[in-house]
Design a protein around this ligand. Structure first.
Ligand SMILES: Cc1cc2nc3c(=O)[nH]c(=O)nc-3n(C[C@H](O)[C@H](O)[C@H](O)COP(=O)(O)OP(=O)(O)OC[C@H]3O[C@@H](n4cnc5c(N)ncnc54)[C@H](O)[C@@H]3O)c2cc1C
Length: 338
């Protein structure tokens, strides 16, 4: 465990906003956590667990302890002719894990290629892309409940995964130290989502391999998402709203072009990007921040924007969507104040 006082935040969030954290604690092993709790108990109220900061917005300076997770390791814990179960340290980079698994010919997470961030953050919002979610391969995880000061194991049911959510996102008191995932050794690819098939066809690939699918996802993502190393962003800032069927039908009568998808419990998920675009925000710049010109869900820092500038922009977008469509769009990004 390494402890830094008054640390600059700009390299710890992909928005690249400036600010300071009162204390930054690097957690390099699961055994650091009980040691930390012994030292700081009972002052745990002001902890925030941080991976790569690719899904957070620091609105102000952070007047507490940031626990930056760097726990390494990928271990095979079950191996059969059909599948393999891996235990992965929370600090492993998600995309490194994807590439490792593709190299081993293990199927299941190739559609989640190039999602920034750590393995430990993946269950928090049940990361998803191109028809795959973490919950599809997840079996269990180890976490410390920082308020109770004890280590716990969560299986899939206990993790309560939903669209961009889980028990860990809503409670915000767990520090995940490792996760277990089950991957298949049998050829099973999902190319039906988004433009994967189009990209494969453009490349003249008829019978794609695991690596072909991963590479197609990378090609698509690189063509439409801003690279945080070049322009500060945290991916989709808002979640797609999930509406009761009756309200969504009324809305679709008024706005026949509104994209929608079936969601859980007979509800309907509608496109937040479409709503934001219709309010005229796509490509709009306000001072040093704005809405990305290729994707209305992504807020960007052109350089020099503060966390509060981006937060205010997000509030204005939410208000105009509410005024025009009577629909509340909620942030996917974790907003951290104080
Ligand atoms: C360009 C871009 C594209 C993106 N595309 C996608 C996408 O396609 N799909 C998608 O789902 N997401 C996407 N994201 C969002 C982001 O990559 C994911 O949410 C990722 O899982 C965040 O990982 P992180 O390590 O950066 O987490 P952080 O941003 O550091 O933290 C995110 C949340 O997880 C919590 N957390 C982090 N680590 C732990 C831990 N070990 N234990 C407990 N809690 C923890 C934090 O407290 C915080 O609440 C994108 C982001 C960017 C910048």
């Amino acid at each position: 465990m390494i402890i830094y006082e008054q640390t600059q935040l700009n390299t710890y969030n992909t928005f690249g906003v400036a600010g300071t954290a009162k204390q930054l604690i690097i957690i390099e092993s699961a055994t650091d956590v009980p040691e930390l709790l012994d030292r700081t108990n009972p002052d745990i109220a002001n902890f925030f667990v941080l991976g790569c900061g690719s899904n957070v917005l620091f609105v102000d300076n952070f007047d507490g302890r940031l626990l930056h997770i760097k726990i390494p390791g990928i271990t095979i814990i079950e191996d059969s002719k059909d599948d393999v179960v891996l235990n992965v340290g929370a600090g492993v980079l998600w995309n490194d894990l994807v590439n490792y698994c593709v190299d081993q010919n293990w199927y299941g997470i190739e559609n989640l290629a190039l999602i920034p961030g750590t393995v430990g953050a993946a269950p928090v919002q049940n990361i998803g892309a191109y028809g795959t979610e973490l919950s599809d391969v997840f079996t269990s995880l180890e976490a410390w409940d920082l308020s109770a000061g004890k280590s716990e194991n969560f299986d899939k049911k206990q993790s309560r995964f939903e669209y961009r959510s889980s028990i860990f996102k809503s409670h915000n008191k767990h520090l995940i130290t490792s996760i277990n995932i089950r991957l298949s050794k049998h050829h099973s690819l999902n190319t039906s989502y988004g433009a994967i098939e189009t990209v494969l066809a453009e490349k003249g690939i008829m019978n794609p391999t695991l690596a072909d699918v991963r590479d197609s996802v990378v090609t698509i993502r690189q063509s439409k998402l801003p690279d945080p190393n070049k322009i500060g962003n945290a991916g989709s800032f808002f979640k797609n709203p999930i509406l009761e069927t009756r309200f969504s039908e009324e809305l679709r009568k008024k706005h026949p072009k509104l994209p929608f998808y079936p969601a859980e419990d007979g509800k309907v998920k509608i496109s937040a990007a479409w709503l934001i675009d219709q309010c005229g925000w796509k490509g709009k710049r306000i001072g040093n921040c704005g809405v990305y010109e290729k994707h209305a869900l992504i807020l960007v820092n052109y350089g020099g924007a503060t966390g509060r500038d981006i937060y205010n922009l997000s509030k204005n977008i939410q208000s105009s969507v509410l005024d025009k469509f009577c629909v509340e769009i909620l942030p996917e990004v974790n907003i951290i104040k104080g």
